[in-house]
Ligand binder design. Structure first.
Ligand code: 5GP
Length: 113
């Protein structure tokens, strides 16, 4: 069980930004930008993009639609923001429960480190 699995089950608290039937969005505990929100599916068992197939398309699309909603709720939509899914060791993934980062509120360097 990952830390996000415990959050989705309500066993560990989080600072909730948005929730619906499919996803939960909450503030990152160690923010890398003024807005740093994580969006996770309520469906457990997807470690990262390497686990997804066509059956997950609607869920992944919903995560992107949620990112837009989160950006508006956090007031960064107009200024711009970045959505990131880290997949695997080389990308620095540290929690193996698929999650989308939504970062904004400052200039974001490109390419990322
Ligand atoms: P990854 O490196 O796997 O893409 O991102 C994992 C993210 O989860 C990191 O940005 C890290 O700060 C965040 N994180 C790790 N543990 C917790 C936690 O217990 N609560 C919250 N809100 N964020 C966490």
């Amino acid at each position: 069980m990952t830390i996000f699995g415990k959050i989705i089950r309500g066993e560990i608290p989080c600072s909730k930004v948005y929730e619906d039937d499919l996803v939960l969005a909450f503030d990152d505990i160690s923010p890398g930008a003024p807005c740093h929100v994580l969006i996770i599916p309520k469906q457990e068992g997807i470690q990262n993009l390497n686990d997804v197939n066509a059956s997950h398309a609607a869920l992944l699309g919903h995560m992107l639609v949620t990112a837009r909603r989160v950006a508006e709720l956090k007031g960064v939509a107009a200024g711009g923001y970045r959505t990131v899914l880290n997949t695997g060791n080389d990308a620095g993934q540290s929690v193996y429960y698929i999650h989308m980062h939504v970062l904004g509120g400052r200039d974001l360097a490109w390419p990322p480190g």
